[in-house]
Design a binder for this molecule. Sequence first.
Ligand code: PDD
Length: 281
Amino acid sequence: RIVYVNGAYKRYAEAAIHAEDRGFQFADAVYEVIEVLDGRLVDATRHLARLARSLGELAIARPMSDRALLNIIGEVLHRNRVRNGIVYIQVTRGAGPRNFSFPGPEIFPTLIVLARAQRRGWADELAEQGITIKTMPDNRWGRSDIKTVMLLPAVLAKDAARRDGANEAWFVDSSGAITEGASSNAWIVTGEGVLVTRQLDTRILPGITRATVNDIAASERLKVEERAFTLSEALKAREAFVTSATNTVMPVVAIDGKAIGEGRPGPVARRLRSRFHQLAE
Ligand code: PDD
């Protein structure tokens, strides 16, 4: 495997960053995960726009233009012969003597790009079964809209879910509303067939898959309400699902051990999943 690190293509075992990289020291870094389907990046424009926004929110310099970054991504895919899988991009504020204050302009951002091959349709069997969710308090910082690598609450939540036999965690805010998944956006379908997902605010990541599913729902004349919903509303929902670049649309069949709808993947989630790659850019 080959990894791009700061201007060079390195063998996997030799790809390294500095011990005082601010990504390592402070999680002073942002990232993106983009799906690769048949050699093409899914929703690349939206992902690169979100990367630029995350960098802007943290005042990290953009390491290069989108065009240059796309060239590097293409080269990483090529050198790793990845036609299907994911690309991971991380940008940190750079490496320099550990100091909470921002470094001066002599410090340049660190950029890494890596690709991982996955069998085409690797998550389809899982989608046939559907996944299960464990809820837990949302103990993340107040700017979950920025895609930072500060992922410890999500790591711990996923592990707590796994220990409970669940596939994903859903975070619940102090008002009892679901915010989002540990690495996905959360959706329900009400008894009236309305899709509900939390409004974009500082508590959730503006998911790219979420945005594309919104477009698909509009083209299918499905009604979408962007608003907060509670755990009790979710437990009464006809369907639930999550969205993310790694899983596209993944049906949810149980939350906290209680079946959602008939306890099987629902027709709306299945339809959105089957339409996703036709409509994603
Ligand atoms: N995670 N919410 C959170 C907290 C996420 O980490 C992610 C994605 C999403 C979905 O966003 P998108 O549709 O743009 O992938 C929502 C990526 C896949 C990850 O960390 O691996």
